[in-house]
Ligand binder design. Structure first.
Ligand code: GPU
Length: 792
């Protein structure tokens, strides 16, 4: 019955929404028709959820983020609606293959990496739990760039997901707000009046986000920028067509592209405008909705929680105060108290180069009224805390510090792992913490098991359901029920057979797309994440070279066969990260074409790592590389996805690795490297790198090989920069951690040789990862930050 209904609906949409008849429909047309048919089934729960929230006047959560790294939608929606098998069967009747259609969908890549993917997992978990929530972001026309390799170098090309029809969004042109920039501020009857010099329109596009089993659905509202005046008719009539279109072009620029930087900050005017554009549209929308059913704003903080995903949306604070004071005639102090009651701030990094600050000149020019309000916030804080040190001022050294602004505007500030939150308290916001004890808390990140296990790894998901029963997807602690089976040879065989099948699929794909043959029996050793010095892909590739060198010196020796898998993009302007990409590709070329090496070592680096590629690679991983310099990775979330899918981790005591190790057990985790405190101590020795290199023959040989150009014969000096930095500016302590990394890698080899032991360790990883469900994270936020309750 449901299958017949769905089939009929697909046909109906193919004809009346897509405008094609089955005989002439392409797989693109079929995917659209399928998407519309599934979307129809979300609309009812979506309306019901919204009605319930309003009727009961529940506290609502607004999650403000410059990034939502959603990935593909159709399969996720089908799974959460419980319609995947039905859709597969209905499509088969129509001669279509569900998986092929789903694979054809472009990723919604409106984010860079961890921060954006976290926002997407959180939206899905809020919908699963029934937390009344809205996501607010920007509808970028171009998401994260596409990555190609040309002779081993990263080349970026624009991403253009919106050239295809986007069936999951509802355009809401009637829901639009004016966003001002620049201009000046005058006083009229004792009140500030801001007359913007430029204005654009923020226009809403809504996507329903449906939770597990379709019991609840929330809205992700993305803003597109539109011109206030379409074009200059006078210039058009004079024949100056390009100039006539100028206002439109300028306005649309604001939502044109996602900034491709991950954890680095650049003080660009357009970025500031994007941030304010999103924050202002969100706050105007929140206030409009609230005032539809409330007299005034005096109780706003009892009904509204606004979460800042890092400082990028921090102008929401000053914007909220501006609207309350300038438009609603509220006293500044009252407005400040209410805004603080609403706002929460999540910090995602300690890296100084990532901390946002804007010159007072730029802020004062682009947002003159907000600059005044920021100074008022700062002054109010100084008055309330006359003993406060100058170093906590929001405005200092001619810059506006967005971290301090966010901290002072929020009633709760959180880090994203236990270690990170501790460091936020003891280092980054040490002085503010002393003034506001209890404000900083921890909410350890999480991942949605619907996408990262049920969807990505159906073989393992089915095995789990058969073993412990259905329903673990929404109650991930139930994976604990697998523990007793970690001593059951039959279960472990099936567990490893699933892994083997996932590896075989990746091996076929690698051979088809990269032309490299890899054996599914080799260990799949995976490092997938943005390329960054602190994440130390360099250490991994140097160890790869050391391994190659070992085999060359002992060509008849026994080695545990490994496939080193890398995936990830570099920010386009990050020269050092791009050198590392080039090196990985050069090493891959030499190693993979060396007949003496054979299957004992392969290096693969498929280009354009994204959410969809993660869904393919993660279920096939044996080993998860989480090797950042301790104290630098705020949390990591790929570490969780890999461990949940039965990969063992080789990792440092950094970010959430610490908690993963506690949960899966130290005996099921390959630990190495310095602690965060040891890192700080070690750097005080100015000769740390030289001493470590001189004490390690293998590392010295590797650097020598690089210096000689063994991996770049056409340009022997290509890696002199890397070698020089290793000896003299090894800020991320690759050299100092290298020997211990090698020691841990040897232990990994030994464990892998003992297949039964490995299988047991892997299964225990899966069994003990329940804590890292994003459902748990969202419940933490609801209880500790938002004061919100489930409506289910
Ligand atoms: N992160 Br700040 C990003 O992906 N982008 C950013 O701009 C900033 C942080 C990451 C952290 O590096 C990572 O450790 C963390 O797991 C993730 O945010 C989500 O909290």
């Amino acid at each position: 019955m449901t299958q017949d209904n769905l089939r009929d609906d697909i046909l109906h949409h193919l004809k009346f929404t897509v405008g094609k008849d089955p005989g002439h429909a392409s797989s693109y047309d079929w995917r659209l028709a399928l998407s519309f048919a599934l979307r129809d089934r979300i609309v009812e729960p979506w309306f019901a959820s919204t009605r319930k929230t309003w009727k009961e006047d529940r506290k609502r959560v607004f999650y403000l983020s410059m990034e939502f790294l959603i990935g593909r939608i159709v399969e996720d929606a089908a799974i959460n609606l419980g319609l995947q098998d039905t859709a597969r069967a209905a499509l088969a009747e129509l001669g279509q293959d569900f998986d092929a259609l789903a694979d054809d969908e472009p990723d919604a890549a409106l984010g860079n990496g961890g921060l954006g993917r976290l926002a997407a997992c959180y939206m899905e978990s809020m919908a699963t739990i029934g937390c009344p929530g809205y996501g607010y972001g920007i509808r970028y026309e171009h998401g994260l760039f596409r990555q190609r390799f040309e002779a081993g170098r990263q080349v970026e090309t624009p991403e253009d997901w919106l050239t295809q029809r986007h069936p999951w969004e509802f355009e809401r042109p009637e829901c639009a707000y004016t966003i001002g920039f620049k201009g000046d501020v005058h006083e009229v009857d004792g009140r500030a009046v801001w007359t913007p010099g430029e204005t654009v329109i923020a226009s809403a596009y809504d996507m329903p986000v449906v939770g597990w089993q379709g019991r609840w659905a929330n809205t992700l509202r993305l803003w597109g920028a539109m011109p206030t005046t379409l074009f200059d008719l006078e210039r058009f009539n004079r024949g100056d067509f390009t100039a006539a279109a100028e206002p439109e072009t300028l306005a649309r620029t604001i939502s044109r592209v996602l900034y491709p930087d991950d954890t680095t900050y650049q003080g660009k005017e357009l970025r500031l405008k994007q941030e304010y554009f999103m924050a202002s549209a969100a706050i105007q929308d929140i206030l409009r909705r609230y005032l539809e059913s409330h007299e005034d704003l005096s109780q706003l903080d009892e009904h509204v929680a606004i979460q800042l995903n890092d400082t990028h949306p921090a102008l929401a604070g000053p914007e909220l105060i501006r609207l309350m004071v300038d438009e609603h005639a509220m006293e500044f102090d009252t407005a400040m108290r209410i805004a603080q009651g609403c706002l929460g701030y999540t910090n995602h990094t300690l890296l100084p180069e990532a901390l946002e600050r804007w010159s007072t000149w730029l802020m004062g020019t682009v947002l003159p009224r907000h600059m005044q309000i920021i100074e008022m916030i700062d002054a109010a804080h100084a008055t309330a805390h006359p003993d406060r040190p100058a170093s906590v001022a929001i405005v200092r050294g001619n810059e506006v510090h967005m971290g301090e602004l966010s901290f002072i505007m929020a009633h709760k500030v959180n880090g994203v792992s236990a270690l990170h939150s501790g460091l936020v308290k003891s280092t980054l916001f040490h002085e503010l913490d002393a003034l506001h004890p209890g404000r900083i808390i921890n909410v350890t990140n999480g991942i949605t098991p619907r996408r990262w296990l049920r969807l990505a790894n159906p073989g393992l998901a089915d095995l789990i359901s058969e073993t412990i029963g259905e329903g673990w997807e929404a109650d991930l602690d139930r994976l604990k029920g697998l523990e007793p089976h970690a001593d059951d040879a039959g279960f472990l065989d099936r567990f490893m057979a699933v892994k083997r099948a996932n590896k075989a699929a990746v091996s076929n794909w690698v051979s088809a797309t990269l032309g490299v043959t890899v054996s599914p029996d080799a260990m799949f050793d995976v490092q997938v994440k943005r390329i960054h010095e602190y994440k130390r892909q360099l250490m991994n590739v140097l160890e790869t070279i050391a391994q190659w060198h070992e085999i060359k010196k002992n060509p008849g020796g026994d080695f545990v066969p490994r496939v080193k898998v890398f995936g990830g993009k570099s920010a386009p302007g990050y020269a050092v990260a791009k050198e590392i990409i080039h090196l990985i590709n050069d090493v891959a070329r030499v190693v993979n074409n060396d007949p003496e090496i054979g299957d004992r070592l392969k290096v693969v680096y498929p280009p354009n790592y994204n959410v969809s590629m993660a869904e393919t690679l993660i279920p096939a991983a044996d080993l998860s590389e989480q090797i950042s310099t301790a104290g630098k990775e705020a949390s990591g979330t790929g570490n969780m996805k890999l461990s949940l899918n039965g990969a063992l981790t080789i990792g440092t005591l950094d970010g959430a690795n610490v908690e993963i190790r506690e949960h899966v057990g130290a005996e099921n985790f390959f630990l190495f490297g310095m602690t965060a405190e040891e890192v700080v101590q070690r750097r005080k020795n100015v000769n740390h790198a030289r001493m470590a290199i001189e004490a390690n023959d293998a590392l010295r040989d590797v650097l020598q090989l690089l210096a000689e150009g063994r991996f770049s014969p056409e340009q022997p000096d290509r890696y002199h920069g890397i070698v020089d930095r290793m000896w003299h500016h090894d800020h991320y302590l690759v050299a100092s951690d290298f020997a211990d990394y090698q020691r841990a890698q040897a232990e990994v080899d030994a464990a892998f040789l003992d297949r039964d032991r490995w299988a047991r360790m892997a299964a225990l990883n899966t069994a003990r990862m329940g804590f890292f469900s994003s459902d748990r994270s969202i419940r933490d936020y609801m209880r500790d930050v938002w004061g919100a309750e489930s409506a289910l």
